[in-house]
Each structure stands twice: as structure tokens, then as C-alpha cells.
Design a protein. Structure first.
Length: 456
């Protein structure tokens, strides 16, 4: 991805466009598909009552997520710098203000905060690889699987160690700039993950409770929908698509001129949404089949999927593969979360990539202990949204990402001149008009209405 196309300015690529376009789509898909789809989506949907939440989430993905993603990519490609500098540069060029760089700055901060707790959960998936291999789930009862999770996260040294291992892996990859190797991993990981989700789906269709799971996910009960859950749906849309914090903008900076931004965005959004829906369809039937509650919280996936693996033939094998793939998915997302910060430090402070990564990585690692301790030592220490973990999650997903997204679409839709955006999107026809309508009106107004009603 960070090949010689980067920073060459306009019209590049003697290296065949297809592979660069693919590289970009793979990098963005790798960042989008992660814990957000398989761990977070089911538990947030469960906490917010299912059906109506899912519907709002899907609307947010299409009407807000899609135009925000396109805006981010086009801004990134036009600026071709790190998100802070890009926003500053284009802000001056298009709107005569340097303050737009604050949007980039907030993105860098959001990336740091998100990875601080993301890495903790990614550590759980690493640990669950070992549990799977050791056969810990074979024939296990719901109580036993629940107790395993409880005991595990209850020990801060264990999950602290897992968090440390995951951060070390992420720092290692980003510092060496070997994202290209990971592209190969994504190429294999996303289809493999899809296959395994289909296998789990098959299992849950056979569980006898598939209808109940389906009904939970797709029968909207608007009585139960609060502004709080609408905000959760909006936040989840931003989180799962990796938008609102400049990550996609940073990746867009390395995108060849002639690649279709709309096509790339549509591919990423489709893959990401499909995986989240499959995760929900695999998990909720298991919840009902085993008398668990959908509103179980962050442990939901770790309390349900091992049950299915524990009962199926070849479960040890499939369970191991599944947690390996999920760890990979988390890994490729971690890289995207660091990219804005690393790119900014490299350009702004003239540091090497390795130095920048280690600095940011250590900061994230330290902050992460707030989330590590939220499940044990400090589990009773609650304020505002709950534990430290809950607060970091709420602040980033529900406030910083939507706010970042709002400013990004306003910038692309209102501050940038029409020609710059139609030039980047490669059309001024119907598609462009739809994008512009969404970016200027639907997305900003939608985000504002949700934010105002939910937060006041
Ligand atoms: N989309 C990722 C997931 O679903 C999480 C994420 C949020 C992310 N913002 C990001 C990943 C920015 C990379 C870059 O797991």
C-alpha cells in the first residue's frame, strides 16, 4: 500500500492499476472488518433490543456511512498528506481557514483512544486461540463457558498480558511498514472469515432457535427505541466502517488517481455489513438456544460461539481457526487505528516510522490499562457511561466519530468547491448529485439530530 504511488502527487502508477486498486480496497476492508463486526455489533444490538436498532444501523450505514466514507477518501486523495496536514492544507486552499486541521487532530486522538480498548479485546481473542487449542470448550455447558470468560477477564494480569502481546504485534507490524504483507493476509482472511461465519450460520440454523434469532434481529419494536440507542446505532456505523477519524483519509492519500472512490467505498461497505449481519445471525440463535440474554454486554461473543464450537464435530479445529482469523481481523484494524497518528508524527516531527510507531504504541498501551482494569480491580468504579472501558468506548464511538464525520461531510459538501469534489469522484452526473445531496444535507442533518437528542 505504501508503495511508490504515495506522495507522488497527481497521475501516478506505472504499476498497473488493478493491483493498486485492489491493494487499497484490501487495506480499507482490512481496517473495517474487525472486532466491530463480530464482537461489538452483536452485543450492542443485543443491548439495544435488536430489530429496530439493526434497522437504524443499516440506514446509518447507507445514508451517512457511505457519503462520509466517500468524502474521507476524496479529501485524503486530494490532500495526499497525513489527516492533520491534509485538513489544514485543503482548509486553506478551499476555505481559507487552517482550523480544519483540528478535525485531523481529533481523529488522531480518537484512533489512540479506540485502540487502547480495542487491543484489550483483541487480547481476549488471542487468549481464546490457546483455549481453543487446549480443548477447553469441548462439550462445555453454557455455565462453564461463562465461568471461563468471567475468570479470565477477572484476572487483570492475564488480560493485561494479552493486551501487551497484541500491542507488541501491532507496533511491530506498523513500525516495520510491512502492511504489504498484511494485504496478502486480508486477501485470504476476509473470504475465510466469511466461510467460517457461514459454517456457524449453518450450525445456528440447526439449533432450532434460528427463527427466534431472526425475529430478534429483524422485527423492529420501535417502542424500545430510545435516542440513546439511535446514537448507539450511528456510533456503531461509524465504528465498524472505520470512518470519522481520518483513517480512511490516511489510506486515501495513497490512492491512485483513476480509482473509483464510489466503487471502492461500495465494496468495503458491502463486505463489512455482510460480515456483521452474519455474526448476528450466527450468535442470536445460540443466545436463545442456551437461555442466555442478548443484553449480556462485551462478553456476548465469548460466551456464545465457544458453545457452538464445543458441540460440533471438529470443533477444536474450527474454533482455533475462528479465533486466529478474528485476531488477524483485529490486527489489520489496529494498523488502521494507528495510521493517522503515525503518519502525522512522521511528517510533522520528522521522525522515522519506527520511532513514531513506538511512541504512539507505548502511549496506547499505557492508556489501555484503564480498560484492562475495568473488568476486575476497577469494575465497580463507574461514572457517566459506566466503567473506564465503557466511557472510552462511548466517548469515541458515540461522540468523537460522529462529530468527526459531521465535520468531514460538511467540509466536503460545503467548504470544498463543487469542481474539486466532482473531479475526485470522477463524475458530475447522477451519482455525484446523490453523493452531494447526502453529504450536504442528509448526513449532517441526520448526525446533528441524533447527537442533539441523545446527548442533551
Ligand atoms: N472498523 C474497525 C472494526 O470494526 C474498528 C475501527 C474503528 C477502525 N475505527 C477504525 C479500524 C479506524 C481502523 C481504522 O473492528
Amino acid at each position: 500500500m505504501l508503495s511508490n504511488q504515495a506522495g507522488d502527487g497527481k497521475r501516478s502508477s506505472v504499476h498497473g492499476h488493478w493491483s493498486s486498486r485492489m491493494a487499497f480496497i484490501l487495506a480499507v476492508t482490512g481496517s473495517a472488518v474487525g472486532l466491530g463486526n463480530i464482537w461489538k455489533f452483536p452485543y450492542i444490538a443485543g443491548q439495544n433490543g435488536g430489530g429496530a436498532f439493526v434497522l437504524v444501523y443499516l440506514l446509518c450505514v447507507v445514508l451517512i456511512g457511505m457519503p462520509v466514507m466517500m468524502s474521507e477518501i476524496l479529501i485524503g486523495r486530494r490532500g495526499r498528506r497525513n489527516p492533520v496536514r491534509t485538513m489544514e492544507l485543503l482548509g486553506q486552499e478551499e476555505g481559507g481557514s487552517r482550523h480544519w486541521k483540528l478535525v485531523g487532530g481529533m481523529g488522531v486522538l480518537a484512533g489512540v483512544l479506540i485502540l487502547s480498548y480495542y487491543s484489550v479485546v483483541a487480547g481476549w481473542t488471542l487468549a481464546y486461540i490457546l483455549k481453543s487449542v487446549s480443548g477447553a470448550f469441548v462439550g462445555a455447558t453454557p455455565d462453564a463457558v461463562g465461568a471461563q470468560f468471567g475468570n479470565f477477564v477477572g484476572d487483570w494480569r492475564l488480560i493485561g498480558l494479552a493486551h501487551t502481546v497484541f500491542m507488541a504485534l501491532s507496533i511491530f507490524v506498523v513500525a516495520r511498514g510491512v502492511e504489504r504483507g498484511l494485504e496478502q493476509a486480508v486477501r485470504f482472511m476476509v473470504p475465510a472469515l466469511l466461510l467460517l461465519m457461514l459454517l456457524l450460520l449453518g450450525y445456528s440454523i440447526n439449533s432450532g432457535y434460528f427463527g427466534q434469532g431472526l425475529a430478534f434481529m429483524f422485527t423492529p419494536d420501535f417502542e424500545r427505541l430510545t435516542w440513546g440507542s439511535v446514537l448507539a446505532a450511528l456510533g456503531q456505523a461509524f465504528f465498524t466502517l472505520s470512518i470519522g477519524m481520518g483513517a480512511v483519509m490516511a489510506y486515501g492519500a495513497y490512492l491512485p488517481e483513476e480509482t473509483s472512490i464510489t466503487g471502492a467505498s461500495a465494496a468495503v461497505v458491502t463486505a463489512d455489513t455482510a460480515i456483521a449481519m452474519l455474526a448476528g445471525l450466527a450468535i442470536f440463535p445460540l443466545v436463545f438456544a442456551n437461555n442466555l440474554t442478548p443484553a449480556d454486554g462485551p462478553g456476548l461473543v465469548f460466551n456464545t460461539l465457544p458453545l457452538a464450537f464445543g458441540q460440533m464435530a471438529g470443533g477444536v479445529f474450527f474454533s482455533t481457526i475462528f479465533f486466529v482469523l478474528l485476531s488477524f481481523a483485529a490486527w489489520t484494524s489496529a494498523i488502521g487505528l494507528m495510521e493517522p497518528g503515525v503518519a502525522w508524527i512522521v511528517e510533522h516531527f520528522n521522525k522515522t516510522r519506527a520511532q513514531a510507531t513506538i511512541a504512539i504504541g507505548l502511549l496506547i498501551w499505557v492508556i489501555g490499562f484503564g480498560s484492562v482494569l475495568s473488568f476486575n480491580v476497577l469494575s465497580d468504579f463507574k461514572f457517566l457511561a459506566g466503567t473506564i472501558f465503557d466511557n472510552v468506548d462511548y466517548l469515541t464511538s458515540n461522540i468523537m466519530l460522529p462529530l468527526g464525520g459531521l465535520l468531514i461531510v460538511v467540509f466536503a459538501g460545503w467548504v470544498m468547491c463543487r469542481n474539486s469534489t466532482s473531479d475526485e469522484l470522477g463524475t458530475s452526473g447522477a451519482l455525484f448529485k446523490v453523493w452531494r445531496l447526502l453529504a450536504r444535507f442528509v448526513a449532517p442533518i441526520g448526525i446533528l439530530i441524533v447527537l442533539i437528542n441523545a446527548v442533551r
